[in-house]
Design a protein around this ligand. Structure first.
Ligand code: ADP
Length: 501
């Protein structure tokens, strides 16, 4: 066996064949330079495997394959129902292989296995299945003007789509992008994050097995600054879809300007969660916990800024602290009882720790956590769930995205103040409001500058509902019917039925 496939045994005993190459034209190849990236297990800091890393020359080959597939009648002229069937078949294959995929995800990313299996993989399957259903339901319109003219629109695919995905939900972010793009007839060059390169390669095999023609989906690993930048700048890519940090999103947008690519960006956030005096406090506490502590706090929509009205401020803090202590069990992600695994990399771990130092030095009150967690064999990138209270609006920890199990809490007096402070951010991704007053809930929802508002919940997203941000949290929408707009053009056809010049 060449080094394009290696046999691995995961910490939970699962044995599988890990591809290590670049997936281009339904085949596994090495990178031209022979360069590799190595994936580290965040639980014990050991190396898991090395995989080939694409450079610009490999991106060129993948784009050429995707372009050829886009023009090939096998894909271009395939009936929309047949396209849906392929996606449906893929969803079934993912479901059949979900234990292996969840194992790889947990090993590489550090998220609890129960979450990877029951939530991430369930949503991956659901998303692909959902867009399988859409494939033959995307149609244009006839637009009436006069009897002398027939005008209609065709919803056509954009072409070759570059898709750059992050490490916090490797398979799920792949599914969010593959589903709608394929459903609409595009072809794809996708790049996974260098921190989590493994699960997507296993998925690539299933894409081939489902029967997608060669070149329709090409999957590369590689560094952002090399492979990612080559995709963003490529003159033969029509669209770029990116999920990641706001700083990288800006870079990508600049690079994508080279040929005015269509663009979808889903970037960072510092999403507020407002708790009014009249809230169901028990519910507010539970959702606030999920909203920031889920997935090690590595969620772009995490409600990381909690604003509590002064009448319930002290009570909320004491109940929230208690709930975090009881629920956020830190530990080995392969253990059933674990709620919180390690941060994904040393860099992320150090980043969170540095924000803890910043919070302390700026004078916020450290109410809980604030240190590394060392009880998992003394290794790994574990951090105790951290709560800062009495946080002021000008503090770095109130303004910047931390991306960890790290929350800031502050009190407010009036509804007006809560809205203005919630909106006082460059971000606008998620937001949450807790109140039992239905009028107030909807009034506040309208005034929050965010792509999504949860009333009496947090991060209760759903693949049928549009997902995306305003301000510096992104451009465009993923998921739901709205996700189709990100992958289609409306071509207008004007038919002259009798107008004479
Ligand atoms: P983080 O900072 O959390 O690692 P990034 O936004 O940098 O997140 O990474 C998200 C994705 O963007 C990854 O796939 C990464 O490789 C890619 N990426 C990073 N930098 C660039 C870049 N300059 N051009 C294109 N892609 C990039």
């Amino acid at each position: 066996m060449s080094d394009l496939f290696i046999e691995l045994t995961a910490p939970n005993g699962c044995k599988y064949t890990q591809p290590t190459g670049l997936f281009i034209n339904n085949e596994w190849v090495k990178s031209k330079s022979g360069e590799k990236i190595t994936s580290i297990n965040p639980t014990d800091e050991e190396e898991i495997a090395s995989v080939y890393a694409a450079g610009p020359e490999d991106v060129d080959i993948a784009v050429a394959a995707a372009r050829k597939a886009f023009k090939d009648p096998t894909w271009r002229d395939m009936s929309t129902t047949a396209r849906g069937d392929l996606l449906y078949k893929l969803s079934q294959l993912i479901d059949e292989h979900k234990e292996t995929l969840a194992t790889i995800e947990t090993w590489d990313n550090g998220k609890p296995y129960s979450v990877a299996l029951n939530e991430d993989l369930a949503e991956v399957v659901g998303t692909i299945k959902y867009y399988a259903g859409w494939a033959d339901k995307v149609h244009g319109q006839v637009i009436d003007t006069s009897p002398a003219k027939l005008a209609y629109t065709i919803r056509e695919p954009l072409g070759v789509c570059g898709q750059i995905i992050p490490w916090n939900y490797p398979l799920l972010m792949a599914a969010w992008k593959l589903g709608p793009a394929l459903c609409c007839g595009n072809t794809i060059v996708m790049k996974a994050a260098e921190q989590t390169p493994l699960s997507i390669l296993y998925l690539a095999n299933l894409i081939k097995e489902a029967g997608f023609p060669p070149g329709v989906v090409n999957i590369l690993n590689g560094e952002g600054r090399k492979a990612g930048a080559a995709i963003a700048q490529h003159l033969d890519i029509d669209k770029i879809a990116f999920t990641g940090s706001t700083a990288t999103g800006r870079e990508i947008m600049k690079m994508a300007a080279v040929n005015l690519k269509n663009i979808t960006l889903e970037t960072g956030g510092k999403s507020p969660l407002l708790v009014f005096d009249d809230a169901d406090l028990d519910q507010a506490v539970k959702w606030a916990h999920t909203g920031i502590m889920y997935n090690q706090g590595q969620v772009c929509t995490a409600t990381s800024r909690i604003l509590v009205q002064e009448g319930v401020y002290d009570k909320f803090i004491s109940e929230f602290k208690e709930y975090v202590k009881k629920t956020s069990k830190v530990g080995d992600p392969f253990e059933d009882a674990t709620f919180q695994g390690p941060q994904v990399t040393k860099a992320q771990y150090e980043r969170v720790l540095s924000y803890i130092e910043s919070g302390k030095s700026e004078g916020a009150t450290l109410a809980s956590g604030g240190v590394a967690y060392k009880d998992v064999g003394g290794r790994g990138f574990f951090i105790e769930p951290t709560i800062f209270t009495d946080v002021k609006d000008n503090m770095k920890i109130f303004r910047e995205e931390v991306f960890g199990p790290f929350v800031v809490i502050s009190s407010f007096k009036t509804e007006e103040e809560a809205i203005s402070r919630a909106n006082d951010t460059t971000y606008g991704l998620g937001s949450a409001v807790f109140t039992e007053n239905i009028t107030k809930a909807h009034r506040v929802a309208r005034l929050l500058e965010a792509g999504m508002v949860w009333i009496n919940s947090s991060n209760d997203s759903d693949l049928r509902i549009p997902f995306g941000g305003v301000k510096m949290s992104g451009i465009g929408r993923e998921l739901g019917e709205a996700g189709l707009d990100s992958y289609t053009n409306k071509k207008a056809v004007h038919v002259n039925l009798g107008t004479k010049l």
